[in-house]
Design a protein around this ligand. Structure first.
Ligand code: GLU
Length: 432
């Protein structure tokens, strides 16, 4: 059978290829010479599988796509309070290089515009690092997101730093508000190196997949940054990642995303996929023209908008039936799928609101694929209340989807592998 996903991606690339509108980033001379016809797209799945079409192994500089990752490193290294004291999380609705700060505090509005990102660079790594050490911290961190050692393109760095007047102006302004405490020129130098890290479309998809995978790189298995940091980064990408086009993007594409002026674009869909595209011509916002079209297409073809309403959790209770009869009758609540708050609420309703008349009750999790933290606590509370109501409670959990089932004060559950073991505890083997 021909591979379905790469075929689909190739077809999508051919649809956008004729669009030659837009311009390469002219303000960085080295980027203005990039081959404008390059075009690639990659999907990185959370098990590490990468699907690609077009130029997915061509290297280009990461530019502003480094911003969410450097933000993740700063939050991890310095903690939320110290980073939030210096950089806000409000969409600015302005261009990426706007010289603007919050009027009351002097903070940059968010970490995705240059003012915020320059500040964030200064917050990556320990406070006492020297400039080279800070660049190495960022390079090491970006590499961990990608799952391979990345390097800096010295000629793009040299080309940009020579023309970095605007970023220097921003940094001096930040210094005057004491948002930057070190030397403004040194910080811009480090930030420009951060933007000059070379990546491929494949790398970018993997970096996005690491965000989509709660901070765990799908290739190396490394927890690169904590889950709480990932949530913060994805939220800011969603509201601010596409600069002054963020509102259009949020409604039409609906995937937390970040673009870079070299033509890269990433999107991270939590729990599902990391996507990256590459095409150097940019629209007036600084976002890749063909990249934006590809993302619009991917989002609508594959239903990837984060606000797409998932199937209701009503079907979590697959059946509610009795096995056996007489005093040994066992009430079985057979559950299914992934259980979150709304799914667990169905179980509470079923078990507590209509308390079973049988003494023995089993929650059958054989068909349950995952139970999140709040659902786990709710299921164990159901078990506890049933015990307090005089029931013997069994958890049929062959895959241990509820690890360490400890229902707390006065609760008791017996964990078994099959409903049969719960129905005939003495006959078919012992409880775990
Ligand atoms: N290095 C570029 C700058 O600071 C990055 C801009 C971008 O990719 O949007 O201007």
């Amino acid at each position: 059978m021909r591979p379905i996903i790469p075929d689909y991606m190739t077809e999508a690339l051919e649809k956008v290829r004729p669009d030659t509108s837009g311009e390469r980033a002219g303000y960085i001379p080295e980027l203005a010479t990039a081959d404008p016809e390059r075009l690639g797209a990659a999907f990185a799945m959370l098990d590490g599988k990468v699907y690609g079409a077009g130029d997915i192994d061509t290297e280009f500089t990461i530019q502003s796509i480094s911003k969410p990752f450097a933000y993740a490193l700063a939050l991890t290294d310095r903690g939320f309070d110290s980073v939030l004291a210096k950089v806000g999380v409000e969409p600015s609705g302005e261009a990426f290089n706007e010289i603007s700060l919050e009027s009351t505090t002097g903070r940059p509005l968010n970490p995705m515009i240059n003012a915020g990102a320059i500040t964030v660079h200064s917050l990556a790594g320990a406070q006492d690092l020297d400039p080279a050490g800070r660049v190495e911290r960022v390079l090491h961190g970006l590499s961990a997101f990608a799952g391979r050692r990345l390097r800096i393109d010295e000629s793009v760095y040299a080309s940009e730093i020579e023309h970095a007047h605007r970023n220097l102006a921003i940094a001096h302004m930040l210094r005057s508000h004491d948002i930057l405490t070190g030397d403004a020129k040194t910080v811009v130098d480090g930030y420009t190196r951060q933007c000059s890290v070379l990546v491929t479309t494949r790398d970018l998809a993997m970096m996005a997949a690491t965000l989509a995978n709660r901070g765990v790189n799908p290739l190396s298995g490394e927890q690169v940054v904590p889950e709480t940091v990932v949530r913060q980064v994805l939220s800011v990408m969603f509201s601010c990642g596409m600069y002054d086009a963020a509102g259009d993007w949020a409604t039409q594409v609906g995937i937390p995303a970040k673009s870079g002026v070299a033509g890269g674009l990433i999107g991270a869909l939590p729990g599902q996929i990391g996507i990256a595209t590459f095409s150097p011509r940019l629209d007036p916002h600084g976002n890749s023209v063909r990249g934006v079209s590809l993302f619009e297409r991917f989002s609508s073809d594959m239903g990837l908008h984060v606000m797409e309403v998932p199937a209701a959790a009503l079907a979590v209770v697959r059946s509610n039936h009795v096995v056996g009869s007489g005093p040994n009758a066992l009430r079985v609540l057979e559950l299914q799928g992934g259980i979150g708050f709304a799914g667990a609420e169905r179980v509470v309703k079923e078990a507590v609101d209509n308390e079973p008349s049988e003494v023995r009750v089993a929650l059958d999790l054989t068909r349950v694929s995952s139970v999140d933290d709040v659902a786990r606590r709710m299921l164990l509370e159901v078990a506890r209340r049933l015990t307090l109501g005089g029931h013997d409670v069994f958890l049929v959990d062959p895959e241990s989807v509820v690890p360490d089932p400890e229902p707390g004060d006065g609760g008791r559950v017996t964990v078994v592998d099959t409903v049969d073991q719960a129905a005939n505890p003495t006959r078919s083997g012992s409880a775990r």
